[in-house]
Design a protein around this ligand. Structure first.
Ligand code: ZN
Length: 77
């Protein structure tokens, strides 16, 4: 099955993983509450794909407080 990550903030596709089984520990889902899990993770039987809401690097970067002022962006991906 495929596990497809999308950004919950900007909607960008982040990554798609191919897994034999949904490994909740590997994906970090085992530490979510039931409510968080229901909001962030769902399964599409038609495509046999799991969808997981996460945060892309760009959004994480823009939302998290920066201890150091932003420098030159060269090399930033
Ligand atoms: Zn994003």
């Amino acid at each position: 099955m495929k596990v497809h990550y999308t950004c919950s903030h900007c909607g960008e596709d982040i990554d798609t993983l191919d897994m034999e089984i949904l490994d909740e520990t590997l994906l970090g889902l085992d530490c979510l509450t039931q409510e968080e899990r229901q909001a962030m993770v769902w399964y599409d039987a038609a495509s046999n794909m799991w969808y997981i809401q996460a945060m892309c690097d760009a959004c994480a970067d823009s939302l998290l407080p920066r201890p150091i002022p932003a420098g030159p962006t060269a090399g930033f991906h």
